[in-house]
Write a protein that binds this ligand. Structure first.
Ligand code: MN
Length: 191
């Protein structure tokens, strides 16, 4: 299977000022593209050739795991934003957040704490288990909760390439601003 970059459902400058145009162009156009290219170069002739991306992430290791993980992670990440985003989720996801975290504000607080306290490069995830129960999961480097049998719903990329041009060392400010562009309809559709 040949993997491709998903088309962005917004212009590269549409997420400003939360994520600047240059950051989107580099992060999506260069970093994400490189993970896809590496993945496509690593799978021919292996048992992974006809697997879908989630199965590759679950069953691979080393350079293939790193690039497949990042391909999956960035697919979810870049399709979780909208210039008209923000606010709070609705429906069953809203109910599950209430059950798991008390209320939306407390969920945000716990998620921000996970994203800002993660040492080095990695991701903070909201994930669900088979029963629909939510959890916040920290993953180093290119990790994804699918390796723990969970379904990823929302991921914040805290590699410096995600925010350094716009926020320099101020990761907490970046993480806090991301809530203003979350496309909750997209996130709800994964629940
Ligand atoms: Mn990234």
């Amino acid at each position: 299977m040949k993997f491709e970059l998903p088309k962005l459902p917004y212009e590269t400058n549409a997420l400003e000022p939360v994520i600047g145009q240059q950051t989107v162009e580099l992060h999506y156009g260069k970093h994400f593209q490189a993970y896809i290219n590496n993945l496509n170069n690593l799978i021919p002739g292996t048992k992974f050739e006809n697997m879908d991306l989630v199965d590759i992430v679950k069953e691979s290791d080393g350079p293939l795991f790193n690039n497949a993980g990042q391909a999956l992670n960035h697919n979810i990440y870049f399709l979780s934003f909208s210039p008209n985003g923000g606010g709070e989720p609705a429906g069953e996801l809203a109910e599950a957040i209430k059950q798991g975290f008390g209320d939306f504000e407390n969920f945000k607080k716990e998620f921000n704490a996970a994203a800002t306290s993660l040492f080095g490069s990695g991701w903070a995830w909201l994930a669900k288990d088979d029963a629909g129960k939510l959890s916040i999961v920290k993953e180093a480097n290119g990790g994804n909760p699918v390796t723990k049998g969970l379904v990823p719903l929302l991921g914040f990329d805290v590699w410096e390439h995600a925010y350094y041009l716009d926020y320099q060392n101020r990761r907490p400010d970046h993480v806090n601003a991301l809530w203003d562009i979350i496309d909750w309809k997209a996130v709800e559709s994964r629940y």
